[in-house]
Design a protein around this ligand. Structure first.
Ligand SMILES: Nc1ncnc2c1ncn2[C@@H]1O[C@H](COP(=O)(O)OP(=O)(O)OP(=O)(O)O)[C@@H](O)[C@H]1O
Ligand SMILES: [Mg+2]
Length: 384
């Protein structure tokens, strides 16, 4: 068994004889270091600490013992402090006790048995302080581990909810394509090309979401091939039109003639558009006094290297004080069964992962505009 280490004691006094005396009394039971003043004491503390106990004389040039021990308390709060004094005033004594930086006062000259007893008490005090701190730390460790697990479970739950939300979105398109295909088949007709295309798109979404579920909780990598924002915007509107989602709205699509290539997976881009357009349609349901109008426009921005897409509706609008909350997962104003409050959360997640931005402006009772901005494909590949 390795020999037990002696407790380390730092003795500070400007009188070399007294330091020698202290060393002689203590060295059998303690590992003693000495310093001739407060400044040197602080140096020892910094260079060869930690010490279990510091014993300091009161009257020393430059820095008195009370000042020195106050510094020790700040630098090494677990080190137990003893003041050895024959000259401290009542005021000094009271303030040192009240400020709590002294464990014991010892008078000078101090008989060796008294000194040894005080040091034994100090070592025991240090042991109790360390034990309490270790207990507290291990409790905190256990609690923070538990919190981390709970937080991770909550995150996984939200991510799983988000995938479920997106699958439900695709169900609308899937159901309507299937209904038309079945109808045509009953009439002895082959499926329409448009419905087959919709089923193909739904299949791609399913594959993406299945892979997302398999990698739940791990950050995805931004998509590979550039995607034409104009093409996806008009394709998504067609899909929603054939699913009957846009039947009550006037739709205006404004896109540049040339493709606007962004480096985002087509499926991800469709998810963004589907969610924003569906929200716009919901906001325009039951409008009185004006007919629902949806505008979708794509532009290359003035700021080089990015493109924007605006989705504008003349629906119910969003109160100003709710404009931040709407991005929180599960925040919804729709009745149960009609909204989960995950649509904007998904949109935000996709844009964050693709270095994109989402903004919203709204006037209650007049309408809302969501705009997302994404880097062009060329810029992303150059690391912008
Ligand atoms: N275009 C909009 N006009 C008015 N309110 C909107 C619009 N878009 C979003 N909101 C508000 O933001 C809330 C959150 O939208 P989000 O898409 O996250 O969830 P949801 O549409 O309620 O439910 P889900 O998308 O899961 O079906 C909506 O409930 C609605 O109050
Ligand atoms: Mg929604």
């Amino acid at each position: 068994m390795p020999p037990l280490q002696k407790p380390r004691v730092l003795c500070v006094d400007d009188d070399p004889q007294l330091l020698d005396g202290l060393r002689n009394v203590l060295r059998r039971r303690f590992d003693v270091t000495t310093a001739p003043g407060g400044r040197e004491g602080l140096q020892s503390l910094a260079q060869s600490g930690p010490f279990t106990v510091v014993v300091s004389d009161f009257r020393m040039p430059e820095m008195n013992g009370a000042e020195f021990l106050r510094c020790v308390r700040d630098i090494a709060p677990d080190t137990v402090r003893i003041l050895l004094t024959g000259q401290a005033s009542w005021e000094d004594t009271i303030s040192a006790v009240n400020e709590g930086y002294i464990f014991r006062f010892l008078g000078k000259p101090c008989p060796p048995p008294v000194l040894l007893k005080a040091l034994d008490g100090a070592v025991e005090q240090a042991r109790l302080v360390t034990r309490d701190r270790e207990l507290l730390e291990s409790k905190l460790d256990a609690m923070s581990g538990h919190l981390l697990r709970t937080e991770r479970l909550a995150t996984l739950g939200t991510l799983a909810g988000a995938v479920g939300h997106e699958l439900a979105n695709m169900l609308v398109a899937f159901d309507s394509a299937l209904r038309y295909i079945s109808k045509r088949s009953r009439e002895g007709l082959t499926p329409a090309e448009e419905d087959l295309t919709t089923l193909g798109r739904v299949r791609e979404h399913l594959a993406t979401h299945a892979s997302h579920l398999l990698h739940l909780g791990r950050p995805g990598t931004p998509g590979g091939e550039p995607t034409d924002l104009c093409d996806v915007a008009s394709g998504t509107l067609s899909m929603l039109r054939s699913a009957g989602t846009l039947r009550h709205a006037q739709v205006h699509l404004e896109i540049p003639q040339a493709p606007v290539l962004i480096r985002m997976d087509r499926i991800r881009l469709e998810q963004i558009l589907l969610n924003l357009v569906k929200n716009a349609v919901d906001a325009m349901a039951g409008l009185r006094g004006r007919s629902p109008s949806l505008g979708v426009s794509v532009t290359r921005d003035e700021e080089p290297g990015t493109a924007s897409c605006r989705i504008e509706d003349n629906g119910c609008g969003i109160p100003q004080d709710k404009l931040v909350e709407i991005f929180e997962p599960y925040h919804t104003t729709k009745p149960p069964g009609q909204g989960t409050g995950l649509g904007l959360f998904v949109v935000k997640q996709i844009l964050d992962a693709s270095k994109g931005e989402l903004s919203v402006t709204s006037v209650e009772g007049t309408g809302t505009t969501f705009t997302f901005r994404v880097p062009l494909a060329r810029e992303v590949s150059q690391g912008v």
